[in-house]
Design a protein around this ligand. Structure first.
Ligand SMILES: C[S@@+](CC[C@H](N)C(=O)[O-])C[C@H]1O[C@@H](n2cnc3c(N)ncnc32)[C@H](O)[C@@H]1O
Length: 262
């Protein structure tokens, strides 16, 4: 059953069982704590769970950045810095790695060569610590479905990206159609919590991550939202068709307002 995002916040988020938080609007502090706990074994669990496919998907996402990947680039929800390190290897002028989990960022630091042109900042994706139109490209790998009020994070992306710059998002969207529902449902509900739990000791966290896919938007809805924020958008499924990639090109400056702003 999909979580009700309008339900009242659970009393004492830290005590709440993690799977119940997928899609909850007040989940950010507990999700941050969860990633801090997962950080030391996150990479290993990822490789095992995706059989290494995550690295292939990341390479395709980096390719999709094209020239935007060689300027100032934001790695949003940067986690353990896989994409940041790859951007440096590919010659990015500067990478801004932003994530709200200090432990995830810390775990990734050894992946960077000494003197790498990277600034690492602990911040929420909904309030980016970057000036307007200050980056040439943005990449976000498997982060956005964890962000409550994802439209605010996307509006921030629209604000900080220069017109003509590229945004590339890799994520697992809510599956549509019986085959992908069945495939993803079986994999996410059975295999992910079992393997993730075994590797990290945090089965609940992996049950949350699997549940967060069902609670996220469909790819079509995400594309529509992104287009509404001033991007020319195109999306596609990766192979195998579980993850998807969305590429947006920032159009000439548009005033972006998000709900709740005057
Ligand atoms: C599944 S990991 C992906 C990490 C990395 N991008 C990768 O490709 O492996 C999701 C990351 O998103 C971060 N995250 C989740 N919600 C966030 C938020 N509201 N603001 C900033 N970072 C967030 C988590 O701390 C975590 O490091």
């Amino acid at each position: 059953m999909r979580p009700d995002p309008t339900a009242a916040p659970p009393a004492g988020l830290a005590a709440e069982r993690l799977p119940a938080l997928a899609g909850h609007p007040e989940r950010a502090p507990r999700v941050q704590e969860m990633f801090d706990q997962l950080a030391p074994r996150y990479d290993l669990a990822n490789r095992l769970l995706s059989l290494g496919l995550d690295q292939w998907w990341r390479r395709q996402a980096l390719d999709a950045l094209k020239d935007s990947g060689r300027g100032e680039v934001l790695d949003l929800c940067a986690g353990t810095l896989d994409l940041t390190a790859a951007l440096v290897r590919r010659g990015a002028r500067h990478v801004h790695a932003v994530d709200f989990s200090p432990q995830m960022l810390q775990a990734g630091r050894p992946k960077l060569p000494p003197g790498a042109p990277v600034s690492i900042t602990t911040a929420d994706a909904r309030e980016l610590p970057l000036p307007d139109q200050s980056v040439d490209g943005i990449i976000c790998g498997f982060g956005l479905r964890n962000v409550p009020e994802v439209h605010r994070a996307m509006a921030e992306c629209a604000r900080v990206l220069r017109p003509g710059g590229r945004l590339v998002v890799l994520d697992f969207f809510q599956p549509v159609g019986p085959t992908s529902r069945l495939l993803q449902g079986t994999y996410n509900r059975l295999i992910v919590p079992a393997v993730g739990g075994l590797v990290t000791g945090f089965r609940d966290a992996y049950a949350y991550l699997a549940g967060s896919i069902d609670a996220f938007m469909t790819r079509a809805a995400f594309e529509e939202m992104t287009a509404g924020l001033g991007f020319a958008v195109r999306g596609r499924e990766m192979l195998p068709p579980v993850a998807s990639m969305i590429v947006g090109i920032r159009q000439e400056a548009t005033v972006v307002r998000v709900e709740g702003e005057a």
